[in-house]
Design a protein around this ligand. Structure first.
Ligand code: GLU
Length: 468
């Protein structure tokens, strides 16, 4: 039997893909995959002034990077205007919507009077038809909006997939504008027509939309359309307990790609931010799909934790294929003007250093030394490159000029040098590291050196004047 579960993500292209939207996209995607259903991508571009193609491109790229493949879309709302207009006509004919000719000035005056009377401001229904009611004369030259005739009383209830049962009184909701004078529909109307037309069965979105849901449910009902299930996920808080915002660090998915995070780590971390499967912290995409049935979604806001994200990323980095990391590191180095081939040697370097890094940026920080000059700290030179080791360094350099250029060959050259000069490894190795790598601590020195060009090592080990 084929499943009928259909979910969607409906970003507005007025900026990058926000982490909160990426998380609801992930939940929607995983839920559809879990049920063998479909996941739809819809671009809500009715805010014409703020929507940009650049933003659409960024959103699509971020979705691709995260591997959230959709079965339909992107579907653009601005390409569906005819459909919205047709539904508006039906609603006007059915009396579930009406034209309102109140100008912005009229509405300002209305609200002002309400405030003076100590009332909560609301649309007073002046253009809402009613049996026996005389409507004002239609003014010349005013383009009307269309308003939804919201049920005047009764309750709107739904059983939220995240928050549980929610009930709002219709008395708290006024007649919403659903079509602007320029013929562009508003969010709450277009979203309903789309979710209906696209046969969406489950809507996961941020809880900033909870107040919109009663209107949407009423519009679904007015259209005789089946209701989807709604799940409103709490916002993500920054590590200071405030809403995650640009000012409090990166909030776009792309920024984390640039900062050297792996998409599978990002998905894993985002998934746990508002959902759990027992105590599991690390899981594959397949496991998430197997487990994500819409239960165990957190009711309270999750806190963004950069340290935990870094830890998760480090775990994935350790397991990542070295050839893949070579490509990512080469791309990072290229942004620094260092053009290096993502070849087998680069892969071996990644394999050697990945265990000590949280991100591919940190990995690139390490691996830059192979192709760019290093500048050892004066303090490190003074501590490690002492007069006592200078002769041994020089002898080692001679051996390295002719030894087999691999780990074993380099190890032998070092052992022979140590024996010859009566030194121990902890005396010679840090000096070699400081000179060749620019720092005193690295993985095993023979392994590290073997992945350099021999000529680079010989050049960096050239005798230098003593540091005072
Ligand atoms: N365009 C809305 C947003 O980005 C979509 C909300 C929804 O999923 O209904 O917040």
């Amino acid at each position: 039997m084929t499943s009928t579960v259909r979910t969607r993500i409906a970003p507005s292209p007025t900026g990058f893909l926000h982490l909160g939207t990426a998380r609801t996209a992930l939940y929607s995607w995983a839920f559809a995959r879990h049920h063998g259903g479909q996941f739809v991508l819809r671009i809500e571009d009715t805010d014409v002034a703020r929507s940009t193609q650049d933003s659409v491109d960024q959103i699509l790229a971020a979705m691709r990077w995260l591997g959230l493949d959709c079965d339909e879309g992107p579907i653009y709302q601005m390409q569906r205007l005819e459909r919205y207009h047709a539904v508006i006509e039906q609603m006007l004919a059915a009396g579930t919507a009406y034209r309102c000719y109140a100008t912005p000035d009229d509405l300002d005056a209305m609200r002002e009077a309400q405030r003076e009377r100590g009332e909560k401001t609301h649309y007073d229904g002046r253009w809402r038809p009613a049996p026996g009611k005389a409507l004002p004369p239609v003014p010349e030259g005013v383009k009307p909006v269309v308003r939804f005739a919201n049920p005047p009383d009764g309750l709107v209830s739904w059983d939220d997939l995240v928050k549980g049962p929610i009930t709002i009184s219709n008395e708290e909701i006024d007649d919403l504008i659903i079509l602007r004078p320029d013929g562009v529909p508003t969010y709450n109307f277009a979203v309903v027509v789309d979710d209906w037309d696209m046969a969406i069965t489950h809507v996961f979105r941020g809880d900033e939309h909870i107040n919109n849901t009663p209107w949407q449910i009423n519009i679904f009902r007015a259209l005789g359309a089946p209701l989807p299930r709604f799940g409103h996920c709490p916002i993500i808080l920054g590590d200071d307990g405030q809403k995650l915002s640009k000012r409090r660090g990166a909030v776009s998915v792309t920024a984390y790609e640039d900062a050297g995070y792996l998409p599978e780590a990002m998905l894993n971390y985002l998934a746990r931010l508002g959902w759990s499967h027992g105590d599991d912290e690390l899981f594959t995409r397949g496991q998430m799909v197997a487990w994500f049935d819409g239960s165990h979604l957190a009711k309270s806001p999750a806190q963004w934790d950069p340290a935990k994200l870094a830890w998760v990323n480090a775990q994935y980095l350790k397991q990542a294929d070295d050839a893949r990391l070579a490509g990512l590191v080469a791309a990072q180095l290229a942004t620094r003007g260092l053009l290096v081939a993502a070849d087998a040697r680069m892969a071996a370097r990644c394999g050697l250093f990945k265990d000590r890094c949280n991100t591919t940026v940190e990995l690139a920080d390490w691996l830059a030394m192979y192709d760019a000059p290093v500048t050892p700290e004066a303090a490190d030179l003074a501590t490690h490159v002492t007069d006592a080791v200078q002769p041994a360094l020089s002898a080692l350099r001679d051996r390295l000029a002719t030894c087999a250029w691999d780990k074993a060959g380099i190890q032998l050259a070092m052992k022979e040098t140590l024996a010859e000069h009566g030194l121990k490894m902890p005396q010679l190795a840090p000096a070699v590291r400081v000179l060749v790598c620019g720092r005193a601590q690295t993985p095993s020195v023979d392994a590290v050196l073997s992945l350099f060009e021999r000529s680079t090592v010989l050049e960096r080990l050239q005798p230098r004047s003593p540091v005072l």
